[in-house]
Write a protein that binds this ligand. Structure first.
Ligand code: HEC
Length: 223
């Protein structure tokens, strides 16, 4: 007979056993380093890339684009190396997405020069006549708001000092506004004259797109 004839004791014992099982198989692994792979190649976003990422969310780009390449032959052939867990270490929230009206963007960084992105964002149909992606030309007419960039990187735990964030912003601004910037002509074409010396929302968006998947590409190059 034993425990089977005592419903109350049985219920409590069963609950305890299930609880212990759950803790051991779910919660313990959650805090084990082996389930949270880290890679020295995966770097946090710079302040500008982070601003671009926020704009990507604001504009709902993830309603049409995924950011995860599945380990399937067809996907690897089309987009490149499949996505690894450690790549998303700094992503809060994740932007994996579930709809692919447009192609996956997890490996788009470095695929095109900046000028391609400026032209494409300005008018996608200039690059692909059939594209149903909406134009985002007005983003070049919006000055980038960097007033809380430092706070953002701090909350997300990127570990930059306020000085470093200011430097990142200044560096990126001098990069895209320099006379020798290799995508200068296209940037000038899409950016209103009074904003050519400033950082625009489109600049941040391009910086973010160029970061996607770059860490993995440099990891492969070193192997
Ligand atoms: C209505 C759906 C839709 C939305 C919203 C959308 N896109 Fe697209 N996107 C597409 C389609 C379709 C393509 C493929 C044709 C093309 O390149 O224009 C594409 C292509 C792209 C490409 C080129 C990818 C490659 O590998 O060639 C990039 C980069 C891109 N989109 C970025 C963005 C960004 C950034 C946003 C938000 C600001 C955005 N898209 C919003 C549908 C969309």
């Amino acid at each position: 007979m034993g425990i089977y004839s005592k419903p109350f004791v049985f219920a409590i014992t069963a609950t305890l056993v299930i609880l212990i099982g759950t803790v051991a198989t779910v919660f313990v692994p959650m805090f084990m380093p082996s389930t949270q792979p880290a890679s020295g190649f995966v770097k946090p976003y710079t302040a500008i890339e982070q601003e671009g990422r926020d704009l990507y969310m604001r504009e709902g780009c993830n309603n049409c684009h995924t950011q995860t390449v599945r380990p399937l032959r067809t996907e690897v052939l089309r987009y490149g190396e499949y996505s690894k867990a450690e790549e998303f270490a700094w992503d809060r929230p994740f932007l994996w997405g579930s709809r692919r009206t447009g192609p996956d963007l997890n490996r788009v960084g470095g695929k095109y020069p900046d000028s391609w992105h400026y032209r494409h964002m300005n008018k996608p149909q200039d690059m692909f006549a059939q594209s149903n992606m909406p134009p985002y030309d007005w983003m070049a007419a919006n000055k980038l708001d960097t007033s809380i960039s430092f706070k953002k990187t701090k909350v997300l735990g990127y570990g930059y000092t306020e000085e470093e964030v200011k430097q990142q912003i200044a560096d990126y601004r001098s990069r895209v506004t320099a006379a020798g910037y290799d995508s200068k002509d296209t940037r000038d074409q899409v950016t209103p004259a009074d904003l050519r010396g400033e950082l625009t929302e489109m600049d941040a968006m391009v910086a973010y797109l160029q970061k996607l998947g770059r860490d993995v590409k440099s990891m492969e190059a070193k192997q």
